[in-house]
Design a binder for this molecule. Structure first.
Ligand SMILES: [Zn+2]
Ligand SMILES: [Zn+2]
Ligand SMILES: [Zn+2]
Length: 163
């Protein structure tokens, strides 16, 4: 077997949510089990043979991978987004956070939720509920006060924004 193929052996089904079998992944270098670690910069995989084996891999769809998951890009600064989990569930954040990009997106079944940008300042819009119903307002409020009405869950950019 080529050395860089990751082991992928299903264990007996565990009582996991949705009835999915828990899969164990093995280190491509020393063949010990890998474990998923949720660090400050998002989840990654470390070898249980640590410190003898210092192999660590990126997390891609909950599996170890040699390549970072860069399919999803920040809609504001185009850097890669990373999926993370907190007590409220999954969300996505921008790897440019230490460069000042505060973009955070909700998780929509494993992909970043669709997002819309303010046509005035380029920052994300937030769906809000006001007295007259749902509308989209700039996340930079109160610095940027542009809003758009909601149409089928999306900001209606055909309607001139109120500011
Ligand atoms: Zn290892
Ligand atoms: Zn960003
Ligand atoms: Zn704005």
């Amino acid at each position: 077997m080529p050395k860089d193929l990751l082991g992928d052996i299903p264990l007996p089904p565990a009582p996991a949510p949705g009835g999915a079998a828990v899969r164990q992944h093995f280190c491509p270098d020393c063949h010990k089990p890998m474990r998923r670690i949720v660090g400050k910069k998002g989840p990654f995989w470390g070898c249980t043979g640590f410190p003898e084996c210092k192999t660590s891999l990126f997390d891609k769809d909950g599996k170890p991978s040699r390549e970072a998951d860069e399919r999803y890009r920040c809609p504001v600064c185009t850097r890669a987004l990373i999926r993370a989990e907190n007590s409220k569930g999954f969300y996505w954040y921008c790897t440019g956070y230490d460069k000042g990009c505060k973009t955070r997106l909700a998780d929509d079944n494993g992909v970043p939720a669709r997002s819309f940008r303010c046509t005035h300042c380029g920052q994300l819009l937030k769906k809000r509920t006001g007295k007259t119903g749902i509308f989209w307002g700039c996340s930079q409020f109160p610095e940027c006060r542009h809003t758009w009405p909601d149409r089928n869950g999306e900001p209606d950019f055909n309607t001139k924004s109120k500011s």
